[in-house]
Design a protein around this ligand. Structure first.
Ligand code: ADP
Length: 464
């Protein structure tokens, strides 16, 4: 069985968020499990062609290896030779529809050229949704793709690829696809919707989120379309790349450590405090945050609760890029409380690893969270997550209570200032009980968030 995995970002080549982590680790796990899988992604300006030894293999297609997996890069400098993947802090690139419809078409063309006939296309998010549409339109009678099936994985339903109806003609599709049972969506065109309608199976990245998106509250207007595909929608929990996220072997952190010998964590904390210009104190807990600065990630709730939180004995470290208003909000907080808050407005793997390793508690107050990888990564680094109970966070973190062996995180269940403040208080109180906190660290560091289980679920779906 041949699978072609199409994604707009793949680690270590290009990343803005969790999709890249999945793109860079799930194919490797599937290959190890015997699936004949290749990956296709755009050749962005940020891909280091030299470092990854990219070689041309067809017109405007280059190839590299990711572990043992072939990765194909679609080259089109007009569309992809840019600093960012989808847009800059002021907004999305205006030609995103053209860019990603080109990517989907070119993928279908070049696979024919190199005679790589997939049994299954595994597509991700709106950027690659059109593959399923083109297979059922332009390529419907092409014997090369006869019998090829498609799976669409939704990593975040809020990002749908919605464009002005005027751009429909750029897609190269018959007008009949500009209808409510295809791409049309409230007078616009919606690429994610097209993927949900035309893919043979739809998955999302946690069982809880797969339930939530059927409801109005989380469906982002697509709940009707999703319910229409009811029997074909599944939730499969993401895993993480446990080799690159491993404090025992991580070269990006100051001192390596493990579940059994986790004293090294304190060294990472000290270095992080120094680096961030905070007081070097072991007795004060660091709350870390690494994430996209968007409304989803909950920076707003944090900033509302901050006047009360800042009165407590805490240090806060933020790293993120994204919307200007959240960048400014964080910068202002740092200015106001320089001894308690450090802010890095940047996308940087090395500091991210150091924050995962050096913090005591990891903040994930997301309004909604399809899966969330940060809580799994922070568990691996013995950093206890503080989360809102939603989506994949609800599937992976359960409330810790001092005095009981159960639970592993600080969880709030009402999306309110008071509730997050209470979660901070619980975290600080648990941190103050040295032995309790140490045992908790040892416990969570032993969790298995590798892809082994979830890769098997994808394999089962491919076979179906
Ligand atoms: P999402 O995909 O919604 O952004 P996830 O939790 O699924 O959120 O994945 C986010 C991934 O991106 C994690 O690996 C996180 O560490 C990483 N990340 C987010 N922002 C940054 C940043 N500014 N610098 C480095 N890594 C980041």
């Amino acid at each position: 069985m041949k699978v072609v995995f199409c994604a707009s970002e793949v680690m270590p080549f290009a990343k803005t968020g969790g999709l890249a982590d999945v793109g860079g680790s799930l194919p490797i796990a599937l290959k190890k499990d015997g699936v004949d899988i290749s990956v296709v992604m755009p050749l962005y300006g940020c891909v280091d062609q030299k470092a990854f030894s990219l070689k041309p293999i067809a017109k405007n297609v280059l190839k590299a290896k990711l572990d043992n997996v072939d990765v194909y890069f679609i080259k089109n400098d007009k569309f992809f030779d840019r600093q960012e993947l989808y847009g800059e802090s002021k907004g999305d690139y205006p030609d995103n529809l053209e860019r990603f419809s080109y990517f989907c078409k070119k993928t279908l063309e070049f696979l024919k050229e190199i005679d790589l006939k997939p049994d299954v296309f595994h597509c991700h998010d709106w950027q690659t949704s059109l593959i399923s549409v083109y297979l059922k339109s332009i390529y419907a009678r092409d014997p090369f793709y006869a019998g090829t099936k498609t799976i669409l994985t939704i990593h975040n339903l809020a990002y749908q690829g919605v464009f002005d109806a005027k751009q429909f003609s750029l897609l190269g599709l018959d007008q009949r696809f500009n209808s409510p049972d295809a791409l049309e969506f409230y007078g616009k065109i919606n690429l994610l919707k097209s993927g949900i309608v035309f893919s043979d199976r739809v998955t999302t990245v946690s069982p809880q989120y797969a339930e939530e998106i059927r409801k109005k509250e989380f469906g982002c207007g697509l709940e009707g379309v999703i319910n229409h595909r009811d029997d074909h929608v599944f939730g499969i929990l993401n895993g993480i790349d446990v080799d690159s996220w491993n404090p025992e072997t991580d070269d990006l952190i100051v001192k390596k450590y493990s579940a059994h010998r986790n004293d090294g964590k304190a060294e990472n904390k000290k270095a992080l405090q120094k680096e961030c210009g905070l007081d070097v104190r072991e007795d004060i807990p660091i709350f870390g945050f690494v994430g996209r600065l968007s409304a989803q990630k909950g920076v707003e709730l944090l900033s509302e609760a901050l006047p009360e939180i800042i009165e407590m004995d805490v240090q806060l470290i933020f790293q993120g890029v994204g919307e200007e208003k959240y960048q400014n909000l964080l910068k202002n907080l740092q200015k106001k409380y320089p001894k308690k808050i450090a802010v890095h407005i940047k996308f940087d793997e090395k500091t991210a690893h150091q924050i995962y390793a050096g913090s005591d508690v990891f903040l994930i107050p997301s309004v909604y969270e399809p899966c969330g990888l940060s809580q799994m990564i922070s568990f691996r680094y013995g950093t206890i997550p503080l989360v809102y109970k939603t989506g994949g966070l609800a599937d992976t973190v359960s409330p810790f209570r001092v005095g009981s062996e159960q639970g592993d995180g600080f969880v709030f269940v009402r999306y309110e200032e008071n509730a997050i403040v209470t979660a901070f208080k619980s975290a600080i109180s648990a941190y103050g009980k040295k032995d309790v906190f140490k045992n908790l660290i040892s416990k969570v560091m032993k969790y298995d968030f590798s892809w082994a289980t979830s890769a098997k679920e994808y394999k089962r779906l491919y076979k179906q």
